[in-house]
Ligand binder design. Structure first.
Ligand code: FAD
Length: 305
């Protein structure tokens, strides 16, 4: 059972952490069944035993489908592991009053970081803003910043452009608006080649964006999963990664996924990334191998800032 604290702990803001050493963040999603909840906790225990994540984030089911679960797991991971937790919040399906009520519930218990997103329309329909809500993530950022200036706001960036954007430069212009509205740092959509990140950062800098851009990486578990995820987000799959996975039985493909991700992490840190954000999807299948490789390289085991 999580420990109950009488006094809320005020979380560290994430933004000031960047720049001193590479930061590690991990993304969970709120599990909807008991078995899935046990999976998440098993992964979290493993991580807590071997690594020191600087923060973790928990996704939000667009339309509020996981609102209570996102809150509950935010609190559970803060209390049980002492982690800084950044819950995600999406505009879709919420009025501004509802969005502010959710932010207030987090603020009251000491959460000081929120990932502010637009979210997507339900499958098969096109996005349209909720009446009385926020049309774009930049509107949510502006709303939260006005009412909760102490909350540090993460925003999303798309190195291979957002699927709805006409082109990368207009998407980057919209990213700049999000940051000007009060976004504190950027976490990227998943991608599989270091050059994709390097090019994106250069395009952002040329567009006047100075914010830290934290690369988001998916350690792929199988070729099927890789194709599915890359398909949703419009990420390209490098031929060598595909070939390596194709050459292995499906149950072993995660090994190639771990090697690829560790290689990506090393290259990205060399290229000056402020850290990495891992989309671990609550899975512990490949986590131990990933953790061992990171530890062997002395990455993300620091005890001090
Ligand atoms: P926005 O920044 O609003 O951008 C959406 C689109 O609108 C882009 O094409 C942009 O170029 C365009 N746009 C922005 N502003 C304007 C404007 N003023 N005028 C015209 N066009 C504009 N989804 C979830 O449901 N739950 C999650 O927890 C979640 N977590 C995520 C975490 C990360 C790191 C990332 C990268 C994505 C996440 N998503 C999540 C997915 C995200 O909700 C979708 O990608 C969504 O389609 C866009 O969200 P956004 O916040 O980037 O939107």
């Amino acid at each position: 059972m999580p420990l109950k604290r009488d006094v809320p702990v005020i979380d560290t803001q994430i933004l000031p952490l960047f720049g001193r050493r590479p930061r590690l963040s991990l993304e969970f999603f709120p599990p909807k069944t008991e078995a899935a909840g046990a999976d998440l906790l098993q992964s979290a225990e493993l991580i807590a035993t071997h690594l020191r994540p600087d923060f973790v984030s928990i996704t939000y089911g667009a339309g509020g489908s996981t609102s209570k679960l996102t809150y509950a797991y935010t609190q559970l991971l803060r209390e049980r592991f002492g982690w800084v937790v950044m819950p995600h919040l999406t505009c879709v399906g919420h009025t501004q009053e509802e969005l502010l009520a959710i932010a207030e519930s987090y603020y009251r218990v000491g959460v000081r970081n929120i990932m502010a997103l637009r979210g997507d329309a339900p499958k098969g329909s096109t996005y349209s803003p909720t009446p009385g809500g926020c049309a774009y993530a930049s509107d949510l950022v502006g709303l939260l910043k006005k009412h909760y200036p102490e909350i540090c706001l993460g925003v999303a960036g798309y190195p291979e452009k957002h699927p709805e954007a006409a082109d990368i430069l207009s998407d980057i212009k919209n990213l700049r608006h999000k940051l000007e509205a009060g976004g504190s740092f950027v976490t990227t959509q998943l991608f599989f080649e270091e050059q994709t990140y390097v090019r994106y950062v250069a395009q952002c800098r040329a567009a006047g964006i100075g914010a830290y851009i934290l690369p988001g990486l998916l350690p792929p578990l199988s070729l099927g999963q890789l194709e599915r995820f890359a398909g949703f987000c419009g990420a390209s799959i490098p031929a060598p990664l595909r070939e390596r996975m194709q050459g292995m039985p499906e149950a072993e493909q995660w090994r190639a996924g771990v090697d690829w991700t560790v290689g990506q992490i090393e290259e990205l840190l060399k290229a000056g990334a402020p850290g990495v954000h891992l989309y671990i999807l609550n899975k512990h299948t490949s986590l131990l191998a990933l953790v061992e490789q990171l530890r062997a390289r002395g990455l993300f085991v620091a005890q001090k800032d």
